[in-house]
Every structure is written in structure tokens, then in C-alpha cells.
Ligand binder design. Sequence first.
Ligand code: UD1
Ligand code: UDP
Length: 381
Amino acid sequence: MGRIKVLLVFGTRPDAIKMAPLYLELKRRPEFECLACVTAQHRKMLDDVLDAFGIKPDYDLDLMKEDQTLAYITAGVLTGLGEVLRREKPALVLVHGDTTTAFSAALAAFYEKIPVGHVEAGLRSYDRYFPFPEEMNRCLAGRLAEYHFAPTARNAENLRRENIMGKIFITGNTVIDAMKYTVGDGAFKTPALAALNFTSRRVIVMTCHRRESYGEAIAGIFRAVRRVAESFDDVSVVYPVHLSPYIRETASKILGGAPNILLIDPLDAAEMHRLISKCFFVMTDSGGLQEEAPALGKPVLVLRRETERPEAVESGTVSLAGVDENAVYTCACALLNNDSEYDRMARAVNPYGDGNACPRIADAISHCFGGGSARPEDFCP
Ligand code: UD1
Ligand code: UDP
């Protein structure tokens, strides 16, 4: 029996962080021939992750350009990946989550009649424009995929309700596997963070970058954060600003110059996880941070109208603050002023996995492609 040739395709910071441990798991198993093709939908933010995990991709489509459109990324992935697929003829293509890289790579594989496995399958907000374009990207990637690796039982249930074609496995989220590589006791490498006193100051970590919030929503969120920083002398806000030119310009216009707001460049994953583990709480519109911060016992205020991660909300560590300036300000003040509210949210809970999602996915692939592994037990939190 020959080895199972699997091609992983990813291209942004979040899908790279969440695919990296899976790539390493497949590489280490003799039954797989494992290749990686990066689209470079992101460049620097992707390369930081590749360096952190020591991954050298076999193919690099090198797509990123400033202010790229969704159509540009989609067309570039379809053309570039199509050529790679025709040359390599993998038995399976793995894509991750809800990026435009994921959807267009799944479509490119489908056009070559190569089966697709969708990692982080079944998350849904049920609103086609929130988050945009991610909700539609993950629905479409799910339609194209034959193997669905759902982080939670609820994600699997979402897929079953849609009568999705193919096999569903409940695996946990690979982000928890990734944290095994990144979370440690080390000191900060970033001078501005090394200089911060996390004992005398309450440090709020924020990130914000979603396309559907461009415009008044982002401006309102930023004004709220500035008001929070001005209202509390003992608070410092640390914001590693996404490299999107729109976000950088808006952040520096509204948040720049405030003495207790630190605008810094994106951090590598280990430094970011170190920062979360030392902070007071997190304000974010990121998907991944809604999974990581609860695992590290930190409350999260979600800067969005909806979330496709209801497990974290139900477990009590994540709360939807919305995008309205006054609502965001009020939610942040409540966490800063009310110890019992803070204590209620600051509990380490982790509905997203036991750090073994990658071995489960590898076993599932082996099982489906005749490598002999028994079907893995579904993950049960
Ligand atoms: C993308 C994903 C989003 C994910 C986010 C994570 C889509 C449609 N969106 O959104 O789901 O949450 O990544 O960060 O797939 N840039 C750089 N260097 C980098 C990365 C980005 O300069 O290393 C700048 C470029 O000008 C680029 C812009 O950021 O054009 C936007 O990048 P893009 O991937 O199109 O959108 P994101 O908002 O990052
Ligand atoms: N992250 C990082 N450096 C940063 C900000 C975020 O490594 O400066 C990590 C974060 O810990 C999480 C992932 O990037 O693992 C989330 O990515 P992002 O917010 O870009 O995308 P999303 O999760 O919203 O798709």
C-alpha cells in the first residue's frame, strides 16, 4: 500500500497557525506524503508563522498585494493551485476554515476532481454578510468538501442539518494543538512589552480587522477603546495592529498619541499567546482569539454583532459587546469596575479540544484512505 499524498493549502495568519500542527503531525507519520502549498494571501503575517513552526512550503503562490480584492485572491488561487494540483495529483487536499484561500483552494481541487478535507468545518453565524465574506466562504468550502473535520459536536450538527455530503468527524480545534508549541514561560522579546508592568497595570489586549466592520463600526470601536483608556489611569491597551493599510491608518488616526495605548506591529504567535496569558482581558473581532483566550482563562469581549463560536459564549468567558461605541465602552467599563463580573468570566474553560485534534484528523484520513486506522472516536469535551 503506497503512502497517502496529502496537500495542505493555507495562506493567512490564522489558517497557518491552525494548519501548522496538522502539517507537522502528517509529516511525522510514515503513511503520509505531506506537501504544503501556501497562497501567501498574507505575506509577512504568514511568513512569521512558517518561521515559528519551522515549515518550508513546497509551493508558494506569492499572491499578496496591497489592498487586494477578494476576486483577485480567488482568481490567483484557482489558477496557481490548479497548476500545482495537475503536477502533484494528491489523493486529498486539506483546506482550513473560512478564508478566501480556503474556499478557492477547495474549488480548485473540485475542478480537478480531487477530494477535499475541510478542517474547522461547520462553524456558522447564519448571516451571509456577517462575517463577510467568511460565512459564505465556509459554507461553500463545506459544500465542496468530502471530509469534514468539525471542532465541536455543535459544528457537526450544523453540517448534518444542511444535509452536507461526505463524512463528518468531531475532532476538537487544531488551535489547541498549536498552543502546545507556542505557550511557555518565556520572557517578552518585544521591548515595549518587556517594559510593561503587568502587576501594577491592567493590560487590555485588543485586535480588530474584520472587513464587514470597515467604516463607522471600526471607528466606533476605536473611539470606545480610546474612551476606556482615558477613563482608567491603571489601564494600558496593547493593540498589535493588523497590516491592512485601512486598519493601520484608522487605528493611528483614532488611537494614536494616547499615553496608555500601545500600537505595535503584529506579534508572532508565541509572543501573542504570552501576551494573552499575562493580560487582564481581551477585546477582539478575531475568531481564533475567541478560542485561545478562554483556554488561557482570560475574558473576551467580542467586537462583532454575532459569533459563530456560541460554545465560548455559553461557557461564560466570552461576551458579545457589539460594534456600537457606547455598547463597547459600557461592556469594557463593566469588566473593569465589577470584580464579580470579572471573576465570573475569568475561568479557564476550553470547549475546543484537548490538543489532540491533529492526531484525530490524521487517523480519520488514514481510515478513509484505506491506511488501516480504525475510525477515531469523536472528540467529546
Ligand atoms: C483575511 C481573511 C480573514 C482573516 C484575516 C486574518 C479573507 C477574505 N479574509 O482578512 O478571514 O480573519 O485574514 O488576519 O480571507 N497585509 C500585509 N501583510 C500581511 C498581511 C496582510 O500587508 O502579511 C495587508 C495587505 O495590504 C492586504 C491586506 O492586508 O491586501 C488585507 O489582507 P486580506 O487577506 O485580503 O484580508 P484580511 O483582512 O487580512
Ligand atoms: N495573532 C498573532 N499575532 C498578532 C495577533 C494575532 O499571532 O499580532 C494570532 C492569534 O493569537 C490567533 C490568530 O492570530 O491565533 C488569529 O488570527 P486573526 O485575528 O488574524 O484571524 P481570525 O482568527 O479572525 O480569522
